[in-house]
Design a protein around this ligand. Structure first.
Ligand code: INI
Length: 157
């Protein structure tokens, strides 16, 4: 039987960064609340252990997430934002860059950078995923950060 290597949903110690975009802040605020709730439920007090770093829009998330991850100060970086299609083609560029950029930030630094950015067609869909009908993507991102930070420790990274 294979030896299982996996992270636990436990406090891995250390600090966390949330990188949050102000654009659509009525949605992003709910994601932050969900994320902090997930961390708090696992014994991590946001006032003591979490830095909340604001950026203007989702497009700016990758650079700042990479800078935070490269600082060596954080067990994981959690990016939170909301890109809503509406009627502008701007959506496609912003959504593509933030998803690619967050992946690069993680791969470039070896630190988990969690993708908690909503990409939706409508405001209603974003509301659904920010603490109403379809859960809270910020909460999920907080849980993913815990598991990944723990997994990095298990793997000796
Ligand atoms: N930024 C978002 O975070 N969400 C959006 O829905 C959005 N739209 O649709 O335009 C958005 N645009 C701003 C972008 O992220 C940058 O801040 C801006 O282009 C300056 O670089």
């Amino acid at each position: 039987m294979a030896k299982v290597v996996e992270g636990q949903l436990v406090d891995p110690g250390g600090r966390f960064a949330i990188v949050a975009s102000r654009f659509n802040d009525f949605i992003v605020g709910r994601l932050i609340e969900g994320c902090e709730d997930a961390l708090r439920r696992h014994g991590i007090q946001p006032d003591e252990r979490v830095d909340l770093i604001w950026v203007p829009g989702a497009f700016e998330i990758p650079l700042v997430s990479q800078r935070a991850a490269a600082s060596g100060k954080y067990a994981a970086v959690i990016s939170l934002g909301a890109v809503i299609r509406g009627s502008t083609p701007h959506f496609d560029y912003v959504a593509a860059e933030v998803s690619k950029g967050v992946a690069h930030a993680s791969l470039n630094t070896g630190v988990p950078v969690i993708f908690g950015v909503l990409t939706t067609d409508t405001v209603e869909q974003a509301v659904d995923r920010a603490g109403t009908k379809s859960g809270n993507k910020g909460f999920d991102a907080g849980i993913t950060a815990l598991e990944m930070a723990s997994l990095m420790q298990v793997m000796g990274a």
